[in-house]
Design a protein around this ligand. Structure first.
Ligand code: FES
Length: 62
């Protein structure tokens, strides 16, 4: 199931799904670009979970 906008996407950096969607809407087209804008994925560095979610959100908008 696709997560809600208000759901936390990245626990470490307190980034929501909506923050990721907004970054993509603002023009981010790669995982790296979304990470740079939102800071998601820069916390634990090992979880990988939030980066997978970024990929899902990117694929949804392409
Ligand atoms: S949950 Fe995103 S960096 Fe750890």
């Amino acid at each position: 199931m696709y997560p809600d906008r208000n759901e936390i996407a990245c626990d470490c950096m307190s980034v929501t799904v909506g923050d990721l969607e907004d970054a993509v809407a603002a023009g981010a087209r790669t995982v790296e670009a979304v990470v740079e804008i939102t800071k998601a994925g820069q916390g634990c560095g090992a979880c990988g979970g939030c980066k997978e979610l970024i990929k899902v959100i990117l694929s949804k908008t392409q």
